[in-house]
Design a protein. Sequence first.
Length: 339
Amino acid sequence: MEAPQMKPKSFWKKPEGITGLLFLAALVGGVGFLAVSLPWATILASTFYMAATIAVLGVLIYMVLDPKMRNLIFYAYKSVMRAITGMFVQIDPIGILKTYVEELQNNLRKMNKQISQLRAQMHKLKELIVNNEREIKNNLQIAGKAKETNKRNVMILKSRRAGRLKDSNMRLEELYKKMEVLYRVLTKMYENSQILAEDIKDQVMVKEQERKAIHASHGAMKSAMSVINGDPDQRAMFDMAMENITEDVANKVGEMERFMEMSANFMDSVDLQNGVFEEEGMQMLEQWEKESTSLLLGEEKDQLLLQAQSDNEVLDLDAPVPERARQSGSKNQYDSFFD
């Protein structure tokens, strides 16, 4: 499954952008305070002060109107804000990806446990449905014999009992279908998340060294000159690709955790002992089915839903949870981010 191409994230939407906004607000407030508190009558009365004021205004106007100078100042401003933010918040993409690898591995362990619990519930539910079918058949046989022997009360009781069990089984079979969707999706997410974790680890291992080399050969001054000349900044482009990977991984990990939480809530709402379940849990799953896209599953989502609804696709609950690794020679899903 290829990683989606993402648009560059605006500086103002990043953590350092928030810091930048705070500093910008403080700067505007300071300028406003000076504009009000300075003795303008004295300044304008002095030729020297007036010339200095005009010179400062000229420099500011030049900086605003000249694209190269404006880009250079903004580059320097972003660099300073990034350095300040980095003192308090982890904004290094490599460091963030390492954290996501640990988080993914923890989630995989939790998901494996959740799959096992769901499989146990499905076995119990299947057994309950089979027992109900057996009892339906038995009650109908007794009702048939009671009818032949004119035992009307027995016939009515057993027929009604069979009808109630049949209605119960219809609800239980509907529940089983939803559990099958959960099981198929969880196992596929488990598989894809294993590949995701492997891809991230590979990217961290390779790109950490590559990033050091690029930052060494494209220092701050060279990057600044690239900005002035309007040339592509290789250092900035590399960092942007890493940030896009981080954003994509964050979305996929978030989707994984949301689905695990929804699955847990759904399973907690099921009371197999009494053969009942809460409609809210069912509605949450149905809402997820209607959502158009899944970052972790991609086009496999529609295929999984069709398999769960097909009578020809029999789910083998006794099959082990797949342990999947990326095939040798296959492309890392994040290589395209650096094309």
